[in-house]
Write a protein that binds this ligand. Structure first.
Ligand SMILES: Nc1ncnc2c1ncn2[C@@H]1O[C@H](COP(=O)(O)OP(=O)(O)O)[C@@H](O)[C@H]1O
Ligand SMILES: [Mg+2]
Length: 341
């Protein structure tokens, strides 16, 4: 395992604006770092530069003490797992997992031991002699993961590798990938556009937007203290109120050219006649009631614009509430962020 440091990494395709634009990012030794951002923000391009599959226009890539910016792919010691499993269809799981080791010239006995270890870690024991088409999607993804860890990489790169799996299996595999990464103590960079996946799998999240990192922090820091308006609106649900408006934020009253943001679960829903508590309040009319798993989101039209509040599905607050009903919304300035509009 090794520390990964990207410094001012830049890549443009043809004459288009750079897909990756002066990106600086570090993953500590043994850290599980998620690179999270919307489709097209440059995540895959970043990973391909780290892997050596795409040359960087500018910037440096360091792995441990070594500058690998221009190093050939096979000398980087990097394990790769993609969304498409990219397994050899004519080889069984053992053949696929051992392929990279054979290329590295690892002797047969050692190779067999490492393949067996990788099969065990990915819970594929007993399936080693099946070909990809005889395996389910989840099992094929495990083979791809086993192949990546069998080479004992200094760095593991995972690109949207769970996107093809159904929701239940995806959740299971998240936990397994995390366990395998810990057990092998490998530094990992996990690319995803899915915020739930990023927040639940990693030690640290780096939020990427337009080829750059907007914020790096723990899942809690990113969620509770978003550094930019983009991060605030990309991670989790958010109400936005454009100023000027009679709203208090953590940093004072909301002015012109500013936007206040508050998460719907921090907004209290009040039935007609109830007194508002909290230093921000608005009265409104219910526009929509939506069930989101075990919470219920109530959207209301208010003089401040549309605002949503979330209550527990078990709460009596939303029972009997209909579209068109008058409601109150109240929230605290300490839960209200302020950004330039
Ligand atoms: N081989 C390529 N040739 C030209 N443009 C590309 C190529 N690969 C990616 N791009 C463009 O670069 C930008 C970033 O793409 P990508 O790195 O794949 O983003 P992400 O993985 O975050 O979805 C996009 O605008 C995409 O269309
Ligand atoms: Mg991608």
């Amino acid at each position: 395992m090794a520390r990964l440091a990207l410094e001012g990494l830049t890549k443009a395709y043809g004459t288009a604006p750079p897909a990756v634009d002066g990106l600086t990012l570090e993953a500590e030794e043994g850290e599980f770092l998620a690179l999270l951002g919307p489709s097209g923000c440059g995540k895959t391009t970043t990973l391909r530069m780290v892997a050596g599959l795409v040359p960087a226009d500018r910037g440096r890539i360091r792995l441990g003490e070594e500058d690998i910016t221009a190093a050939p792919v096979h000398t980087r010691g990097i394990g790769l797992v993609f969304q498409s499993y990219a397994l050899f269809p004519h080889m069984d799981a053992v053949g696929n997992i051992g392929f990279g080791l054979e290329m590295q010239g690892v002797p047969k006995a050692e190779r067999q031991a490492r393949v067996a270890e990788a099969l065990r870690l990915t819970r594929l024991e007993g399936l080693g002699h099946r070909r990809p088409r005889e395996l389910s999607g989840g099992q094929q993804q495990r083979v791809a993961l086993a192949r990546a860890i069998a080479i004992r990489p200094r760095l593991l790169l995972l690109d949207e590798c769970l996107s093809n799996l159904d929701a239940k299996l995806r959740e299971e595999m998240r936990g397994e990938i995390r366990d395998i990464q810990r057990a092998s103590a490998t530094t990992a960079l996990f690319v995803t556009h899915d915020q739930t996946e990023a927040l639940s799998i990693c030690d640290t999240v780096a939020v990427m937007h337009r080829g750059r990192i907007e914020q790096r922090g723990t899942p809690e820091e990113i969620y509770e203290r978003p550094a930019t308006r983009f991060v605030a609106s990309f991670i989790g649900r958010m109400n936005a109120i454009d100023g000027p408006a009679p709203v208090m934020t953590r940093e004072g009253p909301l002015g012109a050219g500013e936007t206040a943001m508050v998460r719907p679960h921090r907004v209290r829903l009040l039935r007609e006649g109830a007194a508002a508590e909290g230093d921000n309040a608005a009265s409104g009319t219910v526009r929509r009631i939506t069930y989101i798993g075990d919470i219920v989101q109530v959207q209301a039209a208010t003089p401040l614009g549309p605002l949503a509040a979330e209550v527990s599905g078990a709460s009596p607050l939303w029972r009997g509430l209909d579209v068109g009903a008058p409601v109150g919304l109240a929230w605290s300035s300490s839960d209200t962020l302020r950004f330039p509009a």
